[in-house]
Write a protein that binds this ligand. Structure first.
Ligand SMILES: [Zn+2]
Length: 271
């Protein structure tokens, strides 16, 4: 009986916890207040930076490029949110962009706009526009609250659907690992939790829009994903693909999203 009530409670909580994302306008499971996730993001981000080799942007062109692209993507997102009357949804965002010296082909964005690019990604992106495509994709996962959904599912499955603060207090390590995994940054703990196909498509669609608004040619996404696919046949497949699965149909879908993105494209002069 108790078990039944517990199940009912969980089911009801899940129903109540479905919210409409301001960007996709779709209903999704978000048990956790975004503000709590942003606070945790801030903390986990600092911890990650302090235990990894951050490349200083003051004397490194790649690190400089990561900051420049990150800032341009952030401005694009802010412009879009303002134009659509939802700018207050970015209130908790404190964007940060860092390059870490790590050969993994990877990048991620935590809630609140905390972005990391690994040096191992750069030989695959090859140019600034393709890097914008990847950062745009990562930022979209954060904006679309995909991590919140994944974290919510994880809390339900692994920790019994308790509140985040309770989970942190009772099982700090498990909760932190779950968090890192939910945001695609959990490679160090050896567990991969791939984004769903729909989450990937949504992130691709909006990522192309941010790329175009930031002044980069979104069509660079096609050769980028071809290079990523090629890299996946090598000896060390990109970690990026284990969290962001590509099912071969990605290129076709990108082509379908391209006309929408191209409407936003205004090339900027660069030196
Ligand atoms: Zn993805």
């Amino acid at each position: 009986m108790t078990r039944l009530f517990t199940s009912l409670f969980v089911v009801l909580s899940v129903v109540i916890a479905c919210t409409t994302n301001p960007l996709s306008k779709k209903s999704q499971l978000t048990l956790l207040p975004e503000s709590e996730l942003q606070a945790m993001g801030s903390q986990q981000y600092q911890q990650f930076l302090s235990t990894n080799r951050v490349v200083s942007a003051s004397n490194n062109r790649d690190a400089e490029m990561v900051k420049r692209v990150g800032q341009r993507i952030a401005r694009a997102v802010e412009t879009y949110y303002t134009q659509n009357g939802i700018s207050e949804k970015l209130n908790g965002f404190k964007w940060e962009y860092n390059l870490v010296d790590d050969k993994a082909v990877n990048a991620w964005c935590m809630p609140g706009g905390k972005i990391v690019v690994y040096t191992g990604l750069l030989p695959v992106t090859q140019n600034e526009a393709a890097l914008a495509v990847v950062i745009g994709h990562e930022v979209s996962h954060a904006l679309l609250q995909h991590g919140n959904t994944r974290m919510s599912q994880g809390l339900l499955q692994q920790l019994g659907g308790v509140a985040l603060s309770v989970a942190v207090a009772n099982k700090p390590v498990e909760t932190q690992n779950l968090f890192m995994t939910a945001y695609g940054a959990g490679t160090t703990v050896g567990i991969m939790l791939p984004f769903s196909r729909n989450q990937e498509l949504e992130a691709d669609r909006f990522g192309l829009i941010w790329t175009a608004m930031a002044g980069y040619n979104p069509q660079e996404a096609i050769p980028l994903w071809e290079r990523m696919e090629k890299a996946s046949q090598g000896q060390s497949p990109p970690e990026f693909l284990s969290t962001h699965p590509s099912e071969g149909r990605r290129i076709n879908q990108l082509q379908k999203y391209m006309p929408e993105a191209m409407k936003y494209y205004r090339p900027v002069a660069r030196n």
